[in-house]
Design a protein around this ligand. Structure first.
Ligand code: ZN
Length: 609
């Protein structure tokens, strides 16, 4: 049986707060959201690059031996500890022993909710039980004293996610006992201002919805980042300052989003919508990534461009195969960004959040090298000239936890609905099951996207029904989208940056095909450095195959005149001077340059327009 309770969690939270009253300031109006989310069970991915990555991740995390995951916890509890230490960050004596346990657990629960495959549910049950056995009589649950000192909030937060999902998505009652036991300890001992404390409320609100335990509400308020951070954004000021850790501060915006969802306080909404504008407008690379050296850049100083210059004195890493620059903490950053985009799409129905979600999925997490069985993880995307993709020196880092979560969440990113219609947000082979007016409507999407600019839908329904089908028309669409309904052209408003709408009486077997013309364009890295630009094709960031700087003396406003598609299967493009470009997400071992320089003039690189 598939269980999908994500919406239950969200709306139960709002309802419970109303019933309890007084626990937090509750206005009369709480936001219903413009677009509603589907549960994990409603959507299945059937192929395409996102589907392939999600399938890989499911198999990968399912295969990690339970005994290895529990080894360090059992050793700390003085129990027999079969299996092997995982090593890396997961090692009890290392940087953050066992910090990702809750994220692995959470993703397995989400995978069960999505696939109904009982192997995930059984593994969740074994891990919850095994972890429960290691909790000390006083409720101490960390793998080591060291991690309870260094990363107490981070670890409690991730474990909350794991136990919440184990209970809500697989029905594991023991997970609820573990959640309570951990919280008994945390309520008394967890420092209120330590490590990434400001990401906690998102989970705490959900935990309250599940347990009705008021301590979660109290903690959600104590960990609220409002005065120092959300209020700054809400007042229209950029709070992305370089002293702040990038990933966790974007993730913290999801706590503000949850606070808005639960309390209805508009100030939280203003905070996240303003923050989103600052993030996309002042911090982002063409990939949708941000946060070089895990920090925000000061605005208006050309610091994004400066971050491409390889600087040995900063946080660059040395590996066996060479140094690399840490431009974007890719799995963690994608997780936080996608989650924020999803909240904003839900609250507003504005297609620009769908555009951004697409950008950061296709150029962020999809560009990550696959997890390796020994725990090696793709952590940083490197955008400096002549870079190549590398694994992080330490095994099982934070990004091994978010890699599991962000890929398990793909089912939530593709479709949305409202009372009157179904919304298609992402173009990827998949199927959604929508309950509309007591009837079941199934939509099946087939597409070769992004190798093709067309996506097609078939609708299955027992009896004819009236509703609207909405499809996101991406901002990058070069010309208005064209739409075929049952193979005949139809005239609908298909403005880039909006959802097109086809409203009619739908019958079983009706088909729709939408084509969004994709084209080339260069996007400058920042306003101060307009001559340094990345080549885009639709939502995809293309990189030049190069082992150093790439200069062009050509018209960057008309790349279609001097860069041409050479191979449709690999989306390889070639400039008139012979230089090849490929999508960043398809790069494996090749050296590449993300930003091309148009400031250098000279005979050697001249391209005739
Ligand atoms: Zn990370």
């Amino acid at each position: 049986m598939k269980i999908g309770l994500s919406r239950f969690i969200i709306y139960a939270a709002a309802g419970c707060l109303a019933a309890q009253g007084g626990a937090v300031n509750l206005p009369a109006h709480r936001p219903a959201g413009v677009l509603q989310r589907f549960s994990y069970a409603d959507v299945s991915l059937s192929g395409g690059p996102l589907g392939a990555q999600a399938r890989f991740a499911r198999r990968f995390y399912l295969a990690i031996p339970d005994d290895n995951l529990l080894n360090g916890f059992r050793l700390r509890a003085g129990m027999p500890a079969p299996g092997r230490p995982m090593g890396g960050w997961y090692d009890p004596n290392n940087f953050a022993g066992g910090c990702a346990f809750g994220q692995y657990l959470s993703s397995l629960a989400r995978d069960y909710a999505n696939t109904g495959d009982t192997r995930f549910k059984e593994k969740v049950a074994r891990l919850v039980h095994g972890f429960h056995e290691t909790i000390a009589p006083d409720g101490f649950f960390f793998m080591s004293v060291k991690i309870s000192t260094n990363w107490p909030c981070y670890t409690y937060d991730k474990n909350c996610t794991g136990m919440r999902d184990a209970y809500a998505l697989t029905g594991d009652k023991e997970a609820l006992v573990v959640l309570k036991t951990m919280t008994d300890w945390a309520f008394k001992h967890l420092p209120r201002r330590k490590d990434e404390w400001y990401t906690l409320p998102e989970n705490l609100y959900d935990c309250y919805a599940l347990t009705r335990d008021k301590r979660y509400l109290e903690m959600a308020r104590e960990y609220d980042y409002r005065a120092q951070y959300y209020d700054v954004f809400a007042n229209g000021t950029n709070a992305f300052t370089p002293d702040r850790h990038a990933y966790s501060h974007v993730n913290s915006l999801c706590s503000a989003a949850k606070a808005y969802e639960v309390t209805g306080d508009e100030k939280y909404f203003r905070a996240i919508s303003n923050a989103w504008e600052f993030l996309t407008g002042t911090q982002m690379y063409a990939s949708g990534g941000w946060g070089p050296n895990e920090r925000f850049v000061p605005v208006g100083q050309g610091k994004l461009a400066a971050s491409l210059v390889f600087d040995q004195t900063r946080w660059h890493f040395r590996t066996r195969s060479g140094d690399y620059a840490n431009n974007f903490e890719t799995p963690c950053g994608t997780y936080a960004n996608a989650n924020l985009d999803r909240y904003l799409l839900h609250f507003t129905g504005d297609a620009k959040y769908g555009d951004n979600l697409e950008r950061v999925l296709f150029n962020g997490i999809l560009a990550a090298l696959p997890m390796r069985p020994d725990g090696r993880t793709f952590y940083y995307s490197d955008y400096h000239p002549g870079a190549h993709k590398q694994y992080f020196p330490s095994r099982w880092p934070c990004c091994s936890g978010t890699y599991a979560e962000v890929t398990a969440d793909y089912p939530l990113d593709i479709y949305f609905h409202d009372d009157g219609g179904l919304y298609v947000n992402l173009f990827t082979p998949s199927r959604v099951r929508w309950q509309h007016g007591g009837k079941i409507v199934t939509l099946e999407q087939t597409t070769e996207f992004p190798m093709s600019d067309t996506t097609a839908f078939v609708l299955h329904l027992k009896r004819a029904a009236h509703y609207a089908l909405h499809v996101r028309v991406p901002e990058w669409a070069a010309k208005p989208a064209t739409v075929l309904l049952n193979h005949r052209p139809v005239d609908v408003a298909a403005v880039p940056g909006s959802f097109l709408k086809i409203s009619r009486d739908w019958r079983d077997g009706d088909t729709v095909a939408v084509t969004f013309p994709m084209s080339l364009r260069f996007e400058p890295i920042d306003a101060q450095t307009p001559n340094l630009a990345a080549l885009m094709y639709g939502p995809l960031m293309l990189v030049a195959l190069a082992d150093g700087a790439v200069n062009f003396h050509a018209d960057e406003s008309r790349p279609e005149r001097w860069i041409h598609l050479r191979d449709k299967v690999s989306l390889t493009f070639q400039a008139d001077d012979g230089r090849l470009f490929r999508p960043f997400y398809l790069i494996q071992k090749e050296r590449y340059t993300t930003y091309c320089d148009f400031s250098v003039t000279g005979e050697n690189h001249e391209n005739k327009n």
